[in-house]
Write a protein of this length. Structure first.
Length: 510
């Protein structure tokens, strides 16, 4: 990685965030410790469908600097996988650094409904908790008595569908209003070719609620994916665990490989081979003897991206982010920011359980517009919204290509970025799968109210834009931030941001 100055220690330590999500919730989200730790999916489908979840408008005003020394919450992708693979292993799995946020609690609740014991050692008060999962072995899930509500989480829903496909019972999955609009056919089709059956709402796209009619007689297949998707790849690999023989997935470009790394860590036979044209073939042997293991989850790079970009954009900032996961298939944003001229240093790069961790040192400085190639999209797919904010403040034009997948995330992120940036005074051109942003070359006008569309990353991105803009940015709802980063507002304010709950939304709605 370019611009990588590895040093051992940093003399200026301002504070380390030891605040646990179980201990306090971000002011203004309306959440408390009990919500985060106990509620099976903060966003229950029923709550949103019936309009029971009140909107939580938030406002972000110009900041004088985003500085300090913090640890961001655990990686969401790895946390889902640690719970799901732990449930499929024999014996106890101990997970340190698990993300304690709505999406992960929804996956934990679904696994409990499938007969898996999961507990937080030390109770809600523990500062550095360990989560224990008592696995029942491959194929060991029990038929659920209730509907499984995955809340806002596409990863939770799709990965669990893979696991359930190879269990001989029916289970019903649902989610919140955002998740119920997301396409599930992309996992149902390959799992169907393996022998599972599904009943879904919503025609061709296959929308939740979905009933999975699983079987323990799945066939091993070789699936060639049209689009690089770690969720689809992982759903197939999870189904393959309880399937005789070897199942393979060929992806057109490498997508995040947390499933492969963690399955190996638990003892599975996983092979990975590069193929022509940048494709990659991953195969897993059925019926592995997965043994309970210890897992340390790094900080989530996708969450770190918000304070990181805030520090780049707000004059006077100097920020240290600790123990951030830097899996090379996840960190395309760093390469892009460095091409934009960002001042980011990587310190103390280290490996643990196959994953790479590092500390990041970030300083404010001018950014310039760049073209981000389509091939980089899989390695930074969740970072486009916050990169769009960086581009809005950069000098010159930034162009994103090959980002059609953004239209089927927690919201249509391409449209959300285009409309939100335009409202904040930035000139943009929205294509079917591209976006061009004409940067302000400094602080944008701001002064807009943005619909966050039940999308945590849209909400956080525009709050960061508010910190760097001349006039405040309001978002109509910040409660959804708790799906991935419950302490976001609290942490950002301690670093010098000005974010709070607001009563005025100017009538914006998703
Ligand atoms: C994820 C994969 C990505 C990403 C999502 C998390 C995962 O989705 O956008 O937030 O944990 O596997 P796709 O696989 O659909 O690209």
């Amino acid at each position: 990685m370019a611009n990588c100055h590895v040093v051992n220690a940093l003399s200026k330590l301002i504070f380390v965030n030891t605040n646990t999500p179980g201990g306090s919730a971000p002011p203004g989200t309306g959440l408390h410790a009990g919500h985060v730790l106990e509620t099976p999916g903060i966003y229950t489908a029923s709550g949103l469908a019936n309009g029971m979840n009140d909107l939580t408008p938030m406002v972000s005003r110009a900041s004088n600097g985003v500085s300090g020394d913090v640890r961001v919450p655990g990686d969401k992708s790895i946390s889902h996988r640690a719970l799901l693979i732990g449930a499929s292993a024999v014996g106890e799995t101990e997970i340190a650094g698990l993300l304690e946020a709505g999406d992960i609690m929804a996956t934990a609740a679904a696994l409990r409904a499938l007969g898996i014991e999961i507990e937080r050692a030390g109770g809600d008060a523990a500062a550095d908790p360990v989560w224990r999962v008592r696995g029942r072995g491959v194929g060991g899930l029990a038929e659920p008595e209730t509907v499984l509500d995955l809340g806002n989480s596409g990863t939770g829903a799709r990965l669990l569908m893979g696991l359930l496909a190879s269990h001989p019972f029916a289970s019903v999955l649902t989610g919140d209003a955002s998740l119920r609009e997301r396409p599930m056919a992309r996992v149902m089709e390959p799992l169907g070719r393996m022998g599972a059956e599904f009943t879904a709402r919503g025609g061709g796209g296959g929308r939740l609620p979905v009933t999975v009619h699983g079987t323990d007689m799945l066939r091993p297949v070789t699936e060639t994916l049209a689009v690089a998707s770690a969720q689809v790849k992982s759903a197939i690999l999870f189904a393959a665990l309880n399937t005789q023989g070897r199942t393979s997935v060929v992806e057109p470009n490498p997508s995040r490989d947390h499933t492969e790394l963690l399955l190996r860590h638990f003892g599975a036979d996983v092979s990975v081979r590069d193929e022509s044209g940048g494709a990659r073939r991953i195969s897993v042997a059925g019926y592995p003897e997965l043994a309970g293991a210890k897992v340390t989850v790094p900080g989530d790079f996708s969450s770190a991206a918000f304070p990181l970009v805030a520090a780049l954009l707000v004059p006077g900032s100097n920020l240290r982010l600790r123990r951030v996961g830097l899996n090379p298939l996840r960190s395309g944003l760093l390469q892009t920011l460095e091409e934009m001229g960002a001042r980011i240093e990587i310190h103390d790069l280290r490996d643990q359980g196959g994953e790479t961790f590092a500390d990041l040192q970030v300083e404010h400085g001018p950014l310039k517009g760049v073209t981000v190639p389509a091939g980089r999209a899989p390695s930074m797919i969740d970072e486009y919204p916050i990169l769009g904010v960086a581009a809005a403040c950069a000098a010159g034009v930034t162009h994103f290509d090959g980002i059609g997948e953004l239209r089927v995330k927690e919201s249509d992120r391409l449209a959300a970025m285009a409309q939100g940036l335009e409202a904040a005074g930035i000139e943009v051109e929205e294509g079917d799968d591209s976006l061009t942003i004409h940067g302000a070359g400094g602080a944008p006008k701001g002064g807009a109210t943005i619909a966050s569309r039940l999308d945590h990353r849209i909400a956080m991105s525009f709050l960061v834009l508010g910190a760097a803009s001349k006039a405040p940015i309001t978002i109509d709802d910040g409660a959804t931030i708790a799906t991935s980063f419950p302490e976001f507002i609290d942490m950002m304010n301690r670093l010098g941001a000005n974010m709070e709950t607001s009563m005025e939304t100017d009538g914006a709605r998703p």
